[in-house]
Design a protein around this ligand. Structure first.
Ligand SMILES: [Zn+2]
Length: 127
């Protein structure tokens, strides 16, 4: 488990973000300049999202899991429970995850085919 950031955020509650390795703070609290810059960029536009408790999702281990996470994110984004920037990042990372599942699947199929082929070759040589 990663350490939690030890900063207190503007609402007076402890920051829930994971601390950067080797630092007591998360990426934002460890770099106030960047935080201020992001705040300016976000401005008031990003304030109309529903404040929700931190969401912990299970680690997706199948393409179906990824599909479920993406579908839920879509629903949450429409309900303004997740901001589009987070949803975009999630979709982006999900793309890589799906790709890696696909690669693993292909490799496993190929290994099975090669093993089958080897067995047949051995049989052919035996006769
Ligand atoms: Zn923090």
């Amino acid at each position: 488990m990663a350490e939690k950031c030890s900063a207190i955020n503007k609402r007076g509650t402890p920051c829930q973000a994971a601390a950067v390795h080797g630092s007591p703070f998360c990426a934002l609290h460890g770099d106030p300049e960047r935080a201020a810059e992001l705040g300016r960029m976000g401005g008031l536009k990003n304030r109309h999202y529903v404040e929700t408790d931190p969401v912990t999702i299970a680690k997706p281990s199948t393409p179906e899991d990824v599909q479920n996470v993406l579908a839920q994110t879509l629903v949450d984004m429409r309900a303004k429970k997740v901001d589009p920037r987070t949803a975009t990042a999630l979709a982006y990372v999900s793309g890589f995850l799906l790709k890696s599942f696909q690669t693993t699947d292909f490799e496993q199929r190929l290994a099975r085919l090669e093993a089958e082929r080897q067995k047949e070759d051995n049989r052919a040589e035996g006769t």
